[in-house]
Design a protein around this ligand. Structure first.
Ligand SMILES: [Zn+2]
Length: 433
């Protein structure tokens, strides 16, 4: 007969010998593991229960006021496109001060530092970009209004750089050791015509074949970007002989040809789903109000997360430019005439990390564990390059509230910004395994 009483009896008999030994082993192992900060738990919610990780998250919250001062300091070091060296040197100094290994600056200008785990792989790259959209000479002094910080670049991406430094600091303070390695990168060329050159250099050269997973922290809020919007960017130059506005009147005009082109572009109809966009962002040309110009130029950006829609708007754009020049020359009986060259100056590859992929699911799990609302978005960020290569990649925002990114009125409201730092820490730990 086998009934519950006998079962109970057997369990009681066996418990003391076997289970007590195991309990002691578990206790000793646990104390040892906790002392060196190794964490075996798997899910973000389980990781959150681990004492060293809790300590790291507490450190992040405690250190946030100092981190915000660092954010201001970082923002006040100019980092115009293609001129990120000074800010890069500061990051190098900070990486070294925080004990990262093998700190170096690669050929493109990316600052790289390694926080070794117990194994070299998985190797998680954790990045934030150094560059801003603001040209040399822009006043980058940060002003404070109430608690709000105002300055060009304060959120995009001085917030990301700050979160990256806070993650390293918190992991160090709490002695968190990760099974895999985290390679921290402050990268160049994320914005504008930088054309993701930092990421292209990192993935195609400096760390080619060595990156298993990728996160970048970019901007403010608590979103997660898992769709990489691709873009094509052109610089279009219109040329003609030029001449006196009165004496040479009757000649085709490069600026007027460009005006025709812009009017055609402005009339494009594009899909809203997937969101597809176009923008004439800069124009220039001419020498004087009383001269027919010999040159005019414009810079145009087109974007979509869908490669086919991007190609369609690109084709329309090229046709519009050609037609505009033909019309202008016809209008002036081919006197001039105006010629045009459209140079492709930027290609940001499109790609995506599937919603059900482990990295996106981990990021959502981390957000849930920290009671952060799940917001999945598309964007054009450093992650485009790994996404396009099929390497698991996402871009997360760094917390706080930002307004006016890419404008001189950019502002950062640091209310509860530590939550962004905590999310980045838990995510880094969850992925470095
Ligand atoms: Zn950015």
């Amino acid at each position: 007969m086998f009934n519950s009483k006998t079962l109970l009896f057997h369990v009681k008999q066996e418990f003391p010998l076997f289970h007590v030994k195991q309990a002691f082993f578990t206790l000793f192992a646990g104390v040892w593991l906790a002392s060196v900060g190794i964490i075996f738990a798997q899910t973000p919610a389980e990781l959150l229960q681990s004492p060293p990780i809790r300590a790291a998250l507490e450190a992040a919250q405690r250190n946030e006021p100092a981190a915000l001062e660092e954010q201001v300091r970082m923002c006040e070091i100019p980092a115009p496109p293609f001129k990120e060296e000074v800010r890069g040197q500061e990051l190098k100094r900070l990486f070294e001060g925080l004990g990262l290994k093998d700190v170096r600056i690669d050929k493109a200008g990316n600052v790289i530092g390694v926080r070794p785990g117990r194994a070299a792989h998985p190797n998680l790259v954790f990045s934030a970009h150094l560059d801003t959209v603001f040209p040399e000479g822009t006043d980058v002094k940060v002003k404070r209004e109430g608690g709000v910080l105002k300055g060009p670049g304060i959120g995009d991406d001085c917030r990301g750089l700050t979160v990256m430094l806070s993650v390293i600091r918190a992991l160090n303070e709490a002695h968190v050791e990760t099974p895999g390695t985290i390679t921290f990168v402050a990268d160049v060329g994320e914005e504008g015509l930088g054309d993701l050159r930092g990421m292209k250099s990192l993935f195609y050269e400096s760390l080619k074949g060595q990156i298993d997973k990728f996160i970048s922290v970019d901007g403010t809020g608590l979103g997660i970007v898992h769709i990489g919007v691709g873009s094509n960017r052109y610089r279009v130059t219109f040329k003609g002989p030029g001449g006196h506005s009165f004496g040479a009147f009757g000649m085709a005009n490069p600026i007027q040809a460009m005006g025709r082109a812009i009017a055609k572009i402005d009339a494009f109809e594009v899909p809203t789903q997937p969101k597809t966009t176009f923008n004439v962002g800069r124009v220039g040309g001419g020498t004087s109000v009383n001269a027919i110009p010999f040159e005019a130029w414009m810079e145009v950006d087109m974007r979509s997360s869908d490669p086919a829609s991007l190609k369609a708007v690109d084709t329309k754009f090229n046709a519009a430019v050609k037609e505009a020049v033909e019309e202008e020359n016809r209008r002036w009986n081919n006197r001039g005439p105006v010629t045009v060259a459209a140079e492709l100056v930027g290609v940001r590859p499109a790609g995506q990390t599937a919603k059900d992929s482990p990295i996106v699911q981990t990021a959502l799990g981390v957000s849930r564990a920290l009671k952060i609302e799940e917001v999945l978005r598309e964007g054009s960020t450093d992650s485009n390059v790994p996404m396009n290569l099929g390497i698991p990649a996402i871009t997360i925002s760094g917390g706080g509230n930002g307004t006016g990114a890419h404008s001189l009125n950019e502002a950062f409201d640091p209310k509860d910004s530590w939550r962004g730092t905590q999310r980045a820490i838990l995510l880094a730990v969850a992925l470095a395994r």
